[in-house]
Design a protein around this ligand. Structure first.
Ligand SMILES: NC(=O)c1ccc[n+]([C@@H]2O[C@H](COP(=O)([O-])OP(=O)(O)OC[C@H]3O[C@@H](n4cnc5c(N)ncnc54)[C@H](OP(=O)(O)O)[C@@H]3O)[C@@H](O)[C@H]2O)c1
Length: 304
């Protein structure tokens, strides 16, 4: 028997898939993608985080919903999914859901190495690979700069042996930016991941310019400040100029702000809801704000 909540989810999913099919059939709209500087490979500008939304244990009904969510994510042109061994059952659940919808052509698998012991790194990476059920990862990142010297050596070695495509490093909440800058200046990393959103713009000062100069791709984490930012702005009306940017939700506006920075490659909002996913993925459609519009948006949000 389908309860009210499941019925609602199923209806949204159905309406959503009709909309996607229509959008693609009628207008051939190509979602915004950005080039990975090191290779030129195009990456869809909106990805998916997995910190809380996939750390859901073994509940089969929730896993069915997450599988549906990912199905829509890929249909809408999504690619990069970000995880970590730090995120409880997330890697296992991502592996389960992705397996349900195979073949998936555009998955860009990104996880992290997160252990103080450099010697344990390869074992942890192999365990992650088995959980994700992928042949190899597209991107492995040193999580929160933990034991970064040793782990980077492991990752560069894997890349050289053809067992990994890209090497990266992450931080968040503005932590250890000075150290991160030094790593970006001195090591041939492909990706850096840090927090960037309209209220937390510290990376604009030095990290993003270094990324641009050194040809390092940038992934923006915590685009909604784990939900606090989007919950807060949603109390206020959308600015009139949102229409000029083809945005009909706060989520799309906030994400367009992030991915319109020339040095940003991808933003990774995490969601558990299909209606939210549609808002987030719509940031890859239509006008991309120029610097004047970005400034206007900052002024609007900071005076709310
Ligand atoms: N050091 C690191 O490497 C590091 C640190 C932090 C984060 N990360 C990565 O970055 C990802 C994103 O960060 P995050 O998970 O902290 O938070 P986030 O993406 O900033 O925010 C997630 C929250 O926003 C809500 N949300 C998503 N779309 C929405 C929409 N359209 N409307 C309203 N609410 C919406 C979600 O709730 P619903 O489920 O209800 O949509 C969830 O509560 C993580 O999952 C992780 O993969 C990495």
């Amino acid at each position: 028997m389908m309860n009210r909540r499941n019925f609602l989810h199923a209806s949204i999913a159905f309406a959503g898939s009709m909309l996607v099919n229509q959008l693609y059939a009628e207008s051939h709209v190509k979602p915004l993608s950005k080039a990975i500087p090191g290779s030129g490979e195009l990456l869809p500008a909106i990805g998916m985080g997995s910190f809380v939304n996939f750390n859901v244990g073994n509940d089969l009904e929730i896993l069915r919903q997450r599988t549906e969510l990912l199905k829509h994510f890929f249909q809408l042109g999504g690619g990069l999914i970000d995880s970590s061994p730090m995120y409880g059952s997330s890697e296992k659940n991502l592996g389960y859901c992705i397996e349900q919808i195979k073949p998936v052509n555009n998955l860009f698998s990104a996880t992290k190495v997160w252990t103080t012991s450099v010697a344990d790194g390869p074992m942890e990476i192999e365990a992650s690979r088995q959980l994700w059920k992928v042949n190899q990862f597209d991107l492995l990142q040193v999580h929160n700069l933990l034991s970064w010297q040793g782990h980077l050596e492991t990752l560069f070695e894997m890349k050289q042996q053809g067992k990994l495509r890209y090497v990266g490093i992450t931080t968040s909440h503005g932590r250890r930016h000075r150290e991160l800058e030094k790593i970006m200046q001195s090591h041939p990393i492909d990706f850096v991941q840090a927090t960037y959103n309209i209220l937390d713009r510290d990376v604009e000062q030095r990290i993003l310019p270094i990324a641009k100069e050194k040809g390092i791709a940038f992934i923006a984490n915590r685009p909604f400040q784990r939900g606090d930012l989007i919950d807060w702005v949603k109390q206020y009306p959308l600015p009139e100029f949102a229409k000029e940017l083809d945005c009909d939700s706060w989520a799309a506006l906030l994400l367009k702000f992030i991915v319109s920075h020339p040095a940003v490659t991808c933003a990774i909002p995490a969601t558990s809801r299909i209606d939210h996913l549609y808002e987030n993925m719509s940031a890859m459609q239509g006008v991309v704000p120029d610097q004047k519009m970005r400034d206007k948006l900052i002024r609007y949000v900071t005076t709310l």
